[in-house]
Design a protein around this ligand. Structure first.
Ligand SMILES: Nc1ncnc2c1ncn2[C@@H]1O[C@H](COP(=O)(O)OP(=O)(O)O)[C@@H](O)[C@H]1O
Ligand SMILES: [Mg+2]
Length: 220
């Protein structure tokens, strides 16, 4: 079999100097330079320095994957959720990994809002209009999707969920970060019932937190 000379060999993607579309606690989120529908997430050097490389943070350095441990958690959960259910889990479609000049990049499908730009977070939607019946319905569908597909959630908060569409449809609520088992003893992985209970609890807490940030006016 001969190799095709026309196929370009993937090289290091250059992201340094580009403006990120979003900045999270731990990662920069860049537009994929080669694909309109995809995003590349890279670890923020300042977050790595303060969370992983600071003196006394030896325990953080124990995992061989170091500061990329979150990538592994997400990849594992994405694969597990896809493997164990026939439905589409309400989590962003994972594309893979890419080498960049800012370290290993995690590639995801972009979830977009009505104008085609990055979908707003649940926090932003809530802040704009509080909890409308349409949003309540979207929240119910979202929780139902997580439970049906037995997704394990580590960090459920309103900045890790966006309202928008991707190649699978929408608009709907999609979890873009925070999925995957975080506990040292992986009880959620062992028991579907425990995971159900925990997911519902995290969901309730998130809603309560949202209510505190944006209290619903006119209601007691
Ligand atoms: N797949 C996606 N589609 C749309 N927006 C996204 C997507 N992934 C991330 N974002 C946006 O980027 C922000 C930061 O991404 P996130 O993965 O949460 O980073 P961090 O790990 O630093 O918390 C999110 O709050 C969201 O606004
Ligand atoms: Mg996040």
């Amino acid at each position: 079999m001969s190799l095709d000379d026309d196929v370009p060999i993937p090289t290091l993607l250059r992201l340094a100097g580009r403006e990120p579309l979003a900045v999270g606690h731990l990662r920069y989120v860049f537009q994929h330079p080669g694909n309109r529908d995809e995003l590349i997430k890279v670890m923020r050097a300042d977050a790595v320095a303060s969370r992983w490389n600071r003196k006394g943070r030896w325990a953080k350095r124990l995992p061989r994957t170091r500061h990329y441990i979150g990538y592994l958690r997400e990849l594992k959960e994405y694969i597990a959720a896809r493997a164990r259910s026939n439905g589409e889990p309400p989590i962003a479609r994972m594309v893979g990994l890419v080498e960049t000049d800012l370290g290993i990049g995690r590639v995801s499908e972009k979830v977009v809002g009505v104008d085609g730009s990055l979908a707003p977070t649940l926090a932003a939607v809530y802040e704009r209009g509080s909890c409308t019946p349409a949003l309540e319905a979207a929240l119910d569908t979202f929780l139902g999707g997580l439970l049906d597909c037995n997704v394990i959630v580590g960090d459920m908060h309103a900045w890790n969920i966006v309202l928008g569409s991707d190649s699978r449809g929408g608009p709907r609520l999609v979890m873009i970060d925070g999925f995957g088992e975080k506990h040292a003893i992986p009880i959620s992985s062992m028991s579907r019932a425990v995971n159900r209970y925990r997911t519902k609890r995290l969901y309730k807490r998130m809603l309560a937190q949202l209510e505190r940030i944006v209290p619903i006016s006119g209601e007691d």
